[in-house]
Design a protein around this ligand. Structure first.
Ligand code: GLN
Length: 235
């Protein structure tokens, strides 16, 4: 692929933040798999290299620090394209649409933030769900304690063990959790934040960005995107 420079020879190094099924998580054998992994594999294939995945906190991914320091070539982390992040990262074309979901334990359904008055609500720290809830609390002067967890697993555990009355996060991820763990949670409401996920490269890495966009667009044309969607997201 003309002009694409990679930090390591023979590899396309991807930064992600585990677990984030169905976009990236470890399978029974400990291999990182998922929707994002499958799409970035197409980019690696196009570049005739192998994808290598680095698990690292989301903060370093979204701030551009990991791409800037050469920890990885590309970021693939179910990451929403935002204006703030666009200042420090170059995003690919959008590859997935998402909204925010409000989740509770079955039998403890609440459908609005107002109903959670005086209670604790969990979010994943540094994510768009975290930003959304904090903005709502401020805007509507809600009496709500927002508790931020370091990753999705910690947030889901907090909900399962009643440390929070509700949890907010990306809908596709909570749908996947509920599919895999029936009865552990229910989606009670959606907040239509109109989010779109993008892969990211270091600012100015136009050659790699083009390879990523070309791979996404080719996959949409030749049916590979739909196959990957059916495998990881379902109906
Ligand atoms: N889509 C959310 C965001 O970009 C969550 C991403 C994640 O936790 N991996 O903030």
């Amino acid at each position: 692929e003309g002009g694409v420079k990679l930090i390591k020879s023979g590899a396309l190094v991807t930064c992600t933040h585990l677990p984030y099924a169905p976009f990236q998580s470890k399978d029974a054998a400990g291999k990182v798999v998922g929707f994002d992994v499958a799409l970035i594999d197409l980019v690696a294939k196009k570049l005739s290299v192998t994808q290598e995945i680095v698990d690292t906190p989301f903060e370093g991914i979204k701030s551009g620090a990991d791409l800037n320091s050469g920890k990885c070539d590309v970021a693939a982390a179910g990451m929403t394209i935002t204006d703030e992040r666009k200042q420090v990262l170059d995003f690919s074309d959008p590859y997935f649409d998402a909204t925010q979901a409000l989740n509770t334990l079955p039998g403890k359904e609440v459908k609005t933030l107002e109903e959670l008055k005086g209670k604790r609500i969990g979010v994943q720290g540094g994510t768009t769900g975290d930003d959304y809830i904090k903005a709502q609390v401020k805007e509507k002067s809600l009496d709500l304690e927002v508790v931020a967890y370091k990753d999705l697993a910690a947030l889901q555990q907090a909900l399962a063990t009643n440390q929070v009355a509700a949890a907010v996060g990306d809908l596709p991820v909570w749908n996947d959790y509920i599919k895999a763990n029936p009865g552990k949670a229910v989606v009670t409401a959606g907040f239509d934040t109109g989010e779109q996920y993008g892969f990211a490269v270091k600012k100015g890495n136009a050659e790699l960005l083009k390879a990523v966009n070309d791979a996404i667009s080719a996959s949409r044309t030749d049916g590979t995107y739909d196959k990957i969607y059916a495998e990881w997201i379902g109906e």
